[in-house]
Ligand binder design. Sequence first.
Ligand SMILES: Cc1ncc(COP(=O)(O)O)c(C=O)c1O
Length: 345
Amino acid sequence: MKDELKRGFASDNNAGIHPEVLKAMQDANIGHCIAYGDDIYTQNAIAKIKEHFGEDIDVYFMFNGTGSNVLALKMLTESYNSIICAETAHINVDECGAPEKFTGCKLLSVPTKNGKLTIEKIKYHMHDFGFEHHSQPKVISIAQVTEMGTVYTQNEIKEITDYAHENGMFIHMDGARLCNAAVSLDISLREITADVGVDVLSLGLTKNGAMNAEAIIFFNQKMSDDFKYYRKQGMQLASKMRFMAVQFETLLSNDLWKKNAEHANKMAKILAKSVAEFPQIRITQEVQANGIFAIVPSNIIPRLQEEFFFYMWDEHKSEVRWMTSFDTQLEDIEKFVLRLKKLLK
Ligand SMILES: Cc1ncc(COP(=O)(O)O)c(C=O)c1O
C-alpha cells in the first residue's frame, strides 16, 4: 500500500467503501431506470429504512451530512427563529455557516464538557418569547453520537424532546454516527430516534461504510409536506439516486450497519485501553463510540502524525482526536501504540 494511503485515525470519513456496498453499486449498474428516485432501488431502500424506523416516516436521500442538517433545519424554522445546539456541534463549527446562511436563523450555542445538551444548559437561551427584538428559539439540535464521542442515553434524549415539545419547539438529531450510538447502547435505531420523540433526523451511513448515503427522516409526516421543493432548491436532489439507494439497502440488511459500527466501537475501546497505559497521556472523554479524545505531549504530536495521520482537536490543551472505523485493523492499533511508546520514551 502506498504510504499516503495508510490507514490512520483521522476520521471515519477517511475510510473507503465497504466491499459489500461497492458490490451492490456495481450490481445496480445495469440498464436504465427512471432518474431522481422514481425507481425500484429507491423504493426498496425506503422500505428497508421503514423496517428500522417505522412505517409513518418520510425519507429523502441527500448528498452529504451538511446538506442534510441544513435542509432539515430549514424545514423546521422561519428566518426569525433560533436553533439551540452545543458549542461543539457540527452545525455550529464545521459547516462554514451554512445553517445560518440557508435558514437565516441564529444559532444559539451552549458550552458543554462532553458535547451533550441538558435542559439546564438549554434554559439559558429560553427567554424573550414573543419579543420582536429577539430571535425566537424553535429547534433544539442534538448530535448522536456527539462531536465529543459521547452518547446520549434514551432517557437523556427523552427529557430534551419532552422539554422541546412542551415549549412548542422541535428536535433535530444529527445522526452522522447514529449506528455507533445504537450499538453502544445495544438498542435499535428506532429506540433512540422515533421512540424518544425526535422530530427530524439527519441519518448518515457514509461513516458506516457507504460512499455517500445520507438522508433526512421526518418522523412527523406533516412536516415534510413541501420538502421535495426545498431539496431541489437546496441542490440535494440526486439524479442517479439508485446508487445511493442500494448503499442504504445493503448497510441496513443482514445487520451490516451493526457489524460495522460494533467493529469501529470495539477498535476504539482497544485503542483507548492501550494508550491509557501511558502515564503521559490523558483520555479526556469517556469512550462510548468510535472517537477518542486525549491530551498528548505536544512535542511528539507532529512526529506521530507523520506516520499515522490524525487531527489536533484543541491546540491550546494539546488535545487530539483519534477515530476508528469499520476497516480499522488490530495491527493498525499495535503499530500506532508501538510508535507512541518509542516517542514517549
Ligand atoms: C457530527 C457530524 N455531523 C455531520 C457530518 C457530515 O458532514 P459532511 O457534510 O461532511 O457529510 C459530520 C462529518 O464529519 C459529522 O461529524
